[in-house]
Design a protein around this ligand. Sequence first.
Ligand code: FE2
Length: 307
Amino acid sequence: MSLHRLTQIVMGVPNVEETAAYYTDFGLARTGHSFATIDGGEQLRIVPSDHRRLLQLGVGADDPDDLDRVAAALTALDVAFERTPTGLRAVDPGTRVTVNVEIAARYDQAPTPAPAYNTPGVDARTDERAPGILREHPVRPRKLGHVVLGSTDQAFSQTFFQQGIGFKVSDTVPGLAAFMRCSTDHHNVLVQQAPVAFLHHTSWQVDDVDEVGRGATAMLEKDPARHVWGLGRHHVGSNFFWYLRDPAGNFSEYYSDLDCIVDDALWTPQVWEGARGLYRWGPPPPPSFLAPEDLAGLMTGAHQPGA
Ligand SMILES: [Fe+2]
């Protein structure tokens, strides 16, 4: 059949315990060094590493035929891989990430009813307060949505994911990045050109824009220094976003209302330039979002957690 979702990522950091505590605050359910979302189960594992990086990216496929197709495509690209009955692993040299294509169950997400919003001329909610202000429970991500990776060879990484693994390109920013999907989400992997291979951010789906705001606010009440960029709405992908920084220096994003592509023929990929490639509204992105402050340290191997 086909690829259908991200499964699990393995993140390497020098400060495992501190980083684990952050992702617990973020709303993931912790068991040891594994972290679960509501709909995806265990989707993050944190392991020791001398510098922060994404070690592994899991991609869910339906059946062994999908693995055969990936194997043939990687062979054509001259990329080495390791095949098992239920999976296939290959390393993208540009991002230095091991991609693990594995047979996995599809998401079966319990629908969240759309909240009733009052708009001019439409009183969809009357005689009651908005649900977004009444919620008291901690925000919990529904699933891992996407990862953004820096690649020292963006062109090859794009070929690896697109032609090798089987991702589709949803939109591009010329010379810099490609938004790629392995599901109906607008993007599951974005690879951007960078001076060093690194993990820019992971992104986690929450129910709606109120949950994006509530989640980020709770994180900042504990530590205001976690703030990176938000609240805003991306142009490419349309999602509401708020980015925070973990103690190792990786960004993590709460998002909601991402574009969904179910019929490839009805979606026209576009090329985006300048600010539109980044956002539609919100505060201007801080320079550290575009070029994280620890990049120089990652390049020279002198990385300090969170520096
Ligand atoms: Fe994102």
